[in-house]
Design a protein around this ligand. Structure first.
Ligand SMILES: Cc1cc2nc3c(=O)[nH]c(=O)nc-3n(C[C@H](O)[C@H](O)[C@H](O)COP(=O)(O)OP(=O)(O)OC[C@H]3O[C@@H](n4cnc5c(N)ncnc54)[C@H](O)[C@@H]3O)c2cc1C
Length: 279
């Protein structure tokens, strides 16, 4: 995993294996080749993967979120066309929501879709599109109405990755084997049947999808792995004929307990929030 991250090498073998096990369709119903599991199972799987490799967890978590949008808001034709292959990573979806000036506040996005003939014409850019290079399509959010209509002025489209121009990459510490580039669209025609959900309701519909729990689950997984590595290292490394975990500054029991208690609390809060969300 360290080598993959340091060399920016794509974890294709691992992602293929997760696809073969239909874990890319973890939360999809069995009729779409999924495993029919819930959000708690999603959080636990992503936590475990993140403890080993954040890049794998990000690519999988985002893909599952995109599949959930199609399953919930797509037409029968869209579900049949995309979901069975998404369940095995045969078709890979990524998320195009954020932009340079639309981070926390997605309503500030500038990408726009104009109705033209039998479809739409999209212009704009998306930033941090995780797993873009291995994806087949980007779930792309664009304004289809005036700002005064916010938040009912944003729609979602399934846009093939080849329609985007690549602008630049970033090296991300600890998540470097799956890239999150900035990409742009210029006068790209998208057929009407690639609009997903209700026109103007893409933003609000996305708010009803709770697979975003994969993001805090990644944080919990990484924190747990860091704590385990720290305990393991400080308990084996010796200086002045004793393990460094026995020195006051490192050992200070309250500190370890504090970190592990905080971690347990995060885990617990996440699971209780999930149980609340699924009831
Ligand atoms: C490695 C990586 C991968 C990503 N992958 C994707 C992807 O695949 N698809 C995608 O669409 N996006 C992706 N993103 C974007 C991600 O969703 C955004 O980074 C995130 O939404 C936050 O936006 P920002 O980074 O611009 O932070 P900002 O919006 O600049 O916010 C910075 C900080 O300001 C504070 N802040 C902001 N608003 C408030 C508020 N209202 N109240 C209190 N505090 C606030 C918070 O502390 C916040 O953490 C990715 C980002 C990264 C770093």
């Amino acid at each position: 995993m360290k080598r993959l991250d340091q060399q920016g090498e794509y974890p294709s073998r691992i992602l293929d294996e997760l696809g073969n096990r239909r874990l890319a369709g973890l939360t999809l119903p069995e009729e779409y080749n999924g495993r029919g599991e819930g959000l708690v199972e999603l959080a636990l799987m992503i936590e475990e993967l993140s403890a080993a490799c954040m890049s794998v967890a990000s690519a999988l978590g985002l893909h599952i979120g995109v599949a959930a949008v199609i399953e919930r808001f797509g037409s029968d034709e869209q579900r049949d066309a995309f979901l069975p292959k998404m369940a095995t990573f045969g078709t890979v979806g990524v998320l195009g929501q954020s932009e340079a000036n639309a981070g926390s506040n997605k309503l500030e996005m500038e990408t726009a879709a104009e109705r033209q003939g039998d479809g739409w014409v999209l212009n704009g850019h998306k930033q941090w599109v995780t797993n873009f290079y291995d994806a087949d399509f980007v779930l792309t959010y664009a304004k289809t109405g005036p700002d005064e209509a916010a938040p009912h002025n944003i729609s979602a489209f399934l846009v093939p990755t080849e329609e985007f121009d690549r602008e630049n990459d970033w090296d991300t510490l600890g998540a470097n084997s799956v890239k999150s580039p900035r990409v742009s669209l210029s006068d790209i025609h998208v057929p009407a049947d690639r609009l997903i959900g209700e026109q103007g309701e893409g933003y609000t519909e996305r708010g009803e999808i709770h697979t975003g729990v994969n993001v805090p689950a990644r944080g919990v997984g990484i924190a747990r792995a860091a704590l385990e590595d720290t305990v393991s290292y400080t308990s084996s490394r010796e200086q002045y004929s004793q393990h460094i975990s026995d020195f006051q500054g490192v050992r200070w029991e309250a500190r370890w307990q504090n970190v592990s208690t905080q971690l347990d609390c995060s885990h617990f809060e996440q699971l209780t929030a999930l149980i609340g969300a699924t009831m």
